[in-house]
Design a protein around this ligand. Structure first.
Ligand code: ADP
Ligand code: ZN
Length: 758
């Protein structure tokens, strides 16, 4: 959608046009947070200060909705469509008391919608994600002392005295807070109000976050670090669009380096956004931020309460949140003056949003930086092939940190060939998963008083349960997926739809009793084996099932740091960013997991994940050791990991992708059709296939049943569209999909640059 106000500054409000001054209503377009094709026209009454970006309340049918003034005059309807006559338009009801969305923010929303083929209103909805923030804040009642001499008649009980002391020593407070601080009931405070000594005042709070102090001293930087920090500082000073890849080995101090960029943006009076893939698990990061800047940043993620969302949204909009740290949705907050975006762990697939508007937050962060004319910094020890390629072709700058900070060196990585070193069986437990070399290394590390991490990227006890009598496998009733046994929780669970049931005692197919057997290991089963082998070791599990929120994650991280844990067993959650100085052995139980499964990035991702996990070892004075158990030691991923030859691996991987025309050397889009009825769905897919466009260099594969052929009770069919790099894929898709009307029950999801092929 075109936005003709790209260059208009919108803070403060634009000057009202001439007709408005003359007292006439005028036509404006308002984008509503609904999945519609574009904005609707409304009438702006002259008494309302309506400008592009204004957040307004408008009527729609019988409802009232909040939308954003999008264009003025509107460029809504297609040319062949006659605009609704002025006299039939309904008026805007109210301009809400929040700063208007800036021109950059509006262009960004329009850009994302255009690129992802999402409805602009669906993208707007992400930006207006806290409805409460759009309303005038409600006043709160605070209590304060109002006379200084006490009336003679006042009976000064000890309880009353405590309240007065509290008020003499502290600020005005709410009734509950004051009573609690003084250790009295609220009636004591009320009594003082009646006596005329304390008064209640109504106050409107505008949330704000304390300003991080850019002038506090950071650590003394090494030469490499200082060079990289200097380059980032320069990028911020340039006040222009640029992308820098901060490419440094794990433990090289990348965080310290980009903190310097944040300090520079803050010193220039601008906002900074840091995007982290797992914000809920970032307690260590937050502590470091506080140490460096004196205060906590504003957080933005899906676990905030609605009050926190409201406060943060408003503070950001009003420029009162200098640094925002968030998950992907933080990109859509209403920054009035964003000056820097940092994307940490930029290779993480968690940045790809898979439902609703499907977008890659790293890529959209770069777009946001470009539209805003500001620098973006992408940070990783294992950058995405896309990013490395952009450095190679000169689109991105790069800064390298080749060494770990201080005396720490990179760990030694060894391979255990599972074909020769088959894990021995365990007395009473059946199959084992830890090979003799790994067992020996664990024993040695524990004996030295150091910590061990066992990594297995599989939640639960066993990924599959089958009947030994008839071979029946327990499957999710709603999905083409096996049920995963979670023994700690005492149930079977589908990891795709969340379906949960109890483990049956008899086979649901043949009825045999006691024949159901767990197949393969999950972390819970591994923990069982480790307990049997190393009963003395203090164990902890780190998975999304055991870490329920930021507090439990932070508590576990602290326990590991304080050496209250000897043996940590975890899924990919442990791979991320944690710094455990006494952890010197990492055992990867099944390094091959994830290498297969029709995903074009399988090798790249496996490399990245294992490299990150390996990077947890030996981050302080003792050198770390990593053992990868694999059945394919000759696989290029294993070879590259063992030899520490990241760049050679990526060269080879890039060459393979280039010759196959796969991203980043070609373009992909996935279309997923889904519906409750397989026959109707197949018919819809055939309709679509019949109209498939033909274009030079474009291949359309499908329709084919998706690997997850049924998900949440809906059947799924996929198309994959392959096009050369630089091809305008969106235009082709729009023209194609515009010709076919899907039945109501069939949903079509468009995924540009897909990362999931399920
Ligand atoms: P990375 O993000 O590259 O993995 P970190 O920024 O987490 O690395 O740094 C690893 C550890 O080294 C952290 O504990 C960090 O505080 C410390 N560190 C890095 N650079 C310095 C420095 N110049 N002075 C002191 N400590 C540093
Ligand atoms: Zn399911």
């Amino acid at each position: 959608m075109p936005d003709r106000h790209a260059s208009t500054a919108t803070l403060p409000l634009d000057p009202a046009p001439a007709e408005a001054a003359a007292g006439a209503s005028r036509r404006v377009a308002v984008l509503l947070p609904l999945p519609l094709t574009g904005p609707y026209d409304y009438l702006a009454p002259p008494e309302l200060a309506v400008a592009p970006g204004s957040v307004v309340r408008v009527p729609l049918a019988q409802r009232e909705l909040v939308g954003v003034v999008w264009d003025d005059p509107p460029a809504t309807a297609a040319p062949e469509q006659k605009p609704v006559p002025l006299e039939r338009l309904r008026p805007i009801l109210e301009v809400l008391p929040v700063p208007p969305l800036t021109a950059v923010a509006r262009r960004f929303l329009a850009w994302v919608a255009d690129y992802t083929l999402a409805a602009p209103g669906a993208v707007l909805r992400m930006a207006l994600s806290s409805p409460a923030a759009l309303e005038e804040p409600r006043p709160v009642t605070l209590y304060r002392r109002c006379v200084f001499s006490l009336p003679e008649a006042l009976r000064l009980t000890p309880a009353r005295q405590r309240v007065l002391t509290e008020l003499a020593e502290g600020p005005a407070r709410t009734l509950a807070d004051l009573a609690q601080a003084a250790g009295v009931g609220t009636s004591v405070v009320k009594g003082l109000v009646q006596a005329g000594v304390v008064e209640a005042v109504e106050v409107v709070y505008e949330p704000r976050f304390e300003s991080p102090d850019p002038d506090l001293d950071g650590p003394l930087l090494s030469d490499h670090q200082a060079t990289a920090a200097g380059a980032l500082r320069k990028a911020v000073h340039e006040d222009a669009f640029s992308v820098t890849l901060l490419d440094g080995v794990t433990g090289s101090g990348k965080t310290e380096v980009y903190f310097e960029a944040i300090a520079t943006a803050l010193a220039a009076g601008r906002q900074a956004l840091v995007m982290l893939p797992e914000i809920v698990l970032s307690a260590q990061w937050l502590e470091r931020f506080e140490r460096r800047f004196g205060v906590a940043p504003a957080l933005w993620h899906s676990d905030l309460t609605s009050a926190q969302r409201r406060a943060t949204w408003r503070a950001v909009a009003q420029g009162q949140a200098p640094v925002v740290v968030g998950a992907r949705s933080a990109l859509f907050l209403p920054y009035p003056d964003l000056g820097l975006i940092v994307v940490d762990e930029e290779h993480e697939s968690a940045f790809k949003q898979e439902d609703g508007v499907t977008y890659h937050a790293r890529d959209m962060a770069v777009v946001r930086a470009q539209l805003g004319g500001i620098p973006a910094v992408l940070v990783s020890a294992t950058p995405a092939l896309e990013s490395l390629n952009n450095v190679r072709n000169g689109r991105y700058r790069a800064q390298h940190l080749p060494e770990r900070h201080g005396d720490a060196v990179l760990p030694e990585i060894g391979l255990v060939d599972l074909r020769h070193d088959r894990p021995p069986k365990l007395e009473g437990l059946g199959p084992g998963w830890l090979s003799a070399p790994l067992r020996a290394a664990i024993a040695e590390t524990l004996a030295a008083g150091e910590q061990v991490l066992l990594f297995l990227n599989r939640r639960g006890y066993a990924p599959l349960t089958l009947c030994r009598a008839c071979g029946h496998r327990l499957q999710c009733p709603n999905c083409t997926a096996w049920l995963v046994e979670h023994r700690l929780a005492g149930r079977l669970q589908c990891h795709h739809c969340g379906h949960a049931s109890r483990l049956p005692t008899a086979c649901p197919d043949c009825g045999a009793e006691g024949t159901l057997a767990a197949c393969g290991p999950g972390v819970e089963r591994l923990a069982e084996e480790a307990r049997a082998l190393f009963p003395e070791a203090r164990q902890a599990m780190m998975t999304s099932d055991t870490l329920t929120g930021p507090e439990s994650a932070a508590a576990l991280v602290r326990a590991v740091q304080a050496r209250g844990i000897d043996l940590l067993i975890g899924t990919q959650i442990v791979a991320k960013g944690h710094h455990f100085p006494h952890l010197t052995l990492v055992g990867v139980v099944d390094a091959d997991l994830g290498l297969y499964g029709g995903d074009l990035r399988a090798a790249e991702r496996t490399y990245q994940l294992l490299h990150q996990v390996a990077g947890r070892a030996g981050r302080a004075e003792h050198r770390g050791k990593v053992l990868l158990q694999t059945s394919e030691p000759e696989h290029p991923v294993m070879q590259a990991l063992a030899a520490g030859e990241r760049d050679r691996f990526f060269e080879a991987e890039a060459a393979a992708r280039e010759s196959a025309g796969l991203p980043p050397f070609g373009r992909l889009a996935a279309l997923v059709l889904s519906g409750p009825d397989a026959r109707q769905l197949d018919e819809a897919a055939r309709q679509l296939a019949r109209r498939a466009p033909q274009a030079e260099g474009v291949t359309i594969l499908g329709p084919a049943p998706a690997p997850l052929a049924v998900l949440r009770g809906r059947h799924r069919r996929r198309f994959l569209v392959k096009a050369p790099r630089g091809f305008r894929l969106q235009a082709l898709l729009r023209a194609w999909l515009g010709q076919v009307k899907m039945p109501n029950a069939v949903r079509l999801q468009v995924d540009i640059d897909p990362y999931s092929f399920l």
